[in-house]
Design a protein around this ligand. Structure first.
Ligand SMILES: [Zn+2]
Length: 334
């Protein structure tokens, strides 16, 4: 309309209204403003993570509780009814990866799957798609006939973006319309978790650098041994094979991969944990590393980094080894 009426049948005409906490505009893209707010909120709350965990005594516990129970419900509020594009999901995932890195002290090149694995988080997409599918299920099983009718009409309309998205997500979660309709709410939840876990395992499998991680860490699950001590950061990096060892420099032009301590040709995780003779004093404190080895190398590294029993002690010993390496490199031999 060129000239908007001020009111229709006694109801004031406005450009936008807030309904149940969601901003709705009188445009084709009615949730545009709300989605912009969602992104801003996600960034703001993600940036707060660092100061929240820095003051806490336990990073995983506090960081995860804050992000999952405080930040996410606010950020994702209303996504069940809004059109959410793949690129919006991607952006939210990037923001969440940043939170995961802050919690674990992970470098930017750490594999995202290890952040999810160690903190115990599902993917952003799983959350958003899961919320949507549970919402649809709720309507189908509920008693609101008006909502049911609207949903049925939307299903018939092939151009409805929201419905297209929903149908795609049903497929992505390895269901079809029929199996989705048959599933109860709990079953649906379990199915979504299963697909999320499968995707996580595939990601781990794809990376050569995560061979030991794959072998030792069977499934996504929070690791409570990460606290606010620096040894937690080194332990994470060792487990996720993203310690700043010289082997990493093979990607750089002219990068030198040899061990700066002993001169061995390639300083990788196995060299650091098992082999470097210059770290043998520290290594001797770790029972699992006492030679001669009875198991294959990968298994020994796996035990040292992943065996639950005694991990607190080993966490500190590995950190001492790391500190020794650092001081050799910065100050040379004493
Ligand atoms: Zn060495």
């Amino acid at each position: 309309m060129k000239e908007k009426p001020e009111e229709i049948e006694g109801i004031k005409v406005t450009d936008s209204i807030k309904y149940l906490g969601i901003e709705i505009e009188g445009k084709r893209n009615m949730f545009k403003k709300q989605k912009k707010k969602m992104m801003e909120k996600a960034e703001k709350l993600a940036n707060l993570t660092y100061s929240i965990i820095a003051k806490s005594c336990h990073k995983i516990l506090i960081g995860k509780t804050y992000w999952k129970n405080v930040a996410l419900p606010g950020i994702l509020y209303g996504t069940a009814v809004m059109n959410i594009t793949e690129s919006e999901i991607k952006r939210l995932q990037q923001i969440e990866n940043g939170v995961g890195r802050k919690i674990l002290g992970a470098p930017s090149y750490a594999a995202v799957a290890t952040l999810r694995g160690e903190i115990g988080m599902s993917e952003m997409k799983t959350r958003i798609a899961g919320g949507r599918l549970r919402f649809v299920k709720g309507i189908e099983e509920g008693r609101n006939d008006l909502l049911k009718t609207i949903l049925e009409e939307m299903k018939e309309n092939e151009n409805n973006r929201w419905m297209k998205e929903t149908k795609k997500w049903i497929k992505d979660m390895e269901m079809n319309d029929r199996t989705f309709r048959r599933m109860g709410r709990e079953e649906l939840k379990a199915k979504i978790r299963e697909v999320d876990g499968k995707k996580w395992r595939d990601e781990i499998k794809e990376k050569n650098s995560l061979e030991i991680y794959e072998q030792e860490k069977g499934q996504i699950g929070e690791e409570m041994f990460y606290d606010n001590k620096p040894n937690s950061i080194i332990m994470y990096r060792a487990r996720a094979n993203c310690l700043k060892l010289n082997d990493r420099k093979r990607h750089e032009a002219g990068g030198r991969v040899e061990c700066k301590l002993c001169g061995a040709v390639n300083e990788d995780l196995a060299h650091f944990i098992l082999e470097c003779p210059d770290l043998s004093d520290e290594r001797r404190k770790i029972v699992e590393l006492q030679q001669p080895y009875e198991e294959e190398k990968k298994k020994i590294i796996g035990n040292v980094l992943f065996k639950k029993e005694g991990i607190e002690k080993r966490k500190e010993y590995i950190y001492q080894m790391w500190k020794k390496r650092e001081s050799y490199i910065t100050q040379g031999y004493a």
